[in-house]
Design a protein around this ligand. Sequence first.
Ligand code: SAM
Ligand code: SF4
Length: 327
Amino acid sequence: MLIDNHNRVINYLRLAVTDRCNLRCNYCMPEEGINFAKRDNLFTMDELCSLSSIMVSQGINKIRLTGGEPFVRKDIMVLFRHLASLKALEDISVTTNATLIGPYIDELKSLGIKNINVSLDAINKEAFERITRRNQYDTVYENLIKLISEGFNVRVNCIALEGQNIEEILPLVELTKYYNVSIRFLEEMPFNGGSKSFNTITWDYKKIYNYISEHYSNIERLASESTSTSINYKIKGHKGSFGLIPSFSRTFCGSCNRLRISATGDVITCLYGKPRMNIREILRSDNSEAKINEHILAAIGSRSKTGFEEQQKYDGVFNNSMTSIGG
Ligand code: SAM
Ligand code: SF4
């Protein structure tokens, strides 16, 4: 079992499988993209499989694949199949922009993958295409509805962006009337691959809640797991629910059970800090399992208690892009 220096069990790995993406969401990446990693510096599929096995043997029982866009890796199903074969892994999930998932939906279902997060910042086509800088709306919407109808546990992630999609919030909440889906609104974080940084945000989780509650009087709070990053609600009579993720306000740090590994092997113990180490070459060396175990234990043993504490240690942490970190 992995236990950090604050006595928190770390059982959840967010594993980025690539830093590449076929969209250019304007809060995540500059229009021209970022300096993507050289192919040699990305884990191969075999390496991703071995690394997952090592992490599961260390006590990880929940893995979320992320990126970049996980499905730009044409061999991604090899990893899903491998994860599905790991008995001790209780929860396999993926975060995707839903542009490329279509052909894989049936196999994901047959592998028993249930939890799929879809990033969708607008239900209006023009707004969606303006934010993502690509014209993939029809495909995304079709895949989203297919995922819901096929019975996946779908959570839609929408970042509240001043001047870009605030008028999308209520239509997205309205989706919960017709579909059993969870729509989660996230605070924007200054990870956009540029130099944009801010100390406050316009649309924090309280403001988003107040905005929604002005339009719906019958909102009830739902119980959530202690490690959940979202505060969840349901509008009485609706099939689905909605949630708020205080990504920038960081009310959830105290119960953090997460570890991140980037597609190039950076080990990230907190989203608001710099990587602790890189394990790519270690994984490629002899006796790699024992060495990886040792390095992961060292990283877990020196975590900050909260994202605020971590952020203070590092200058310029927000110059990065989410496509390198995995969200
Ligand atoms: N490409 C996939 C997707 O978009 O779902 C997975 C990777 S993406 C980096 C993971 C998550 O990070 C997405 O839900 C995205 O909305 C979120 N994200 C990206 N940039 C962000 C930012 N500046 N602030 C908050 N969340 C961000
Ligand atoms: Fe790509 Fe996801 Fe970043 Fe959008 S948020 S550019 S889909 S990695």
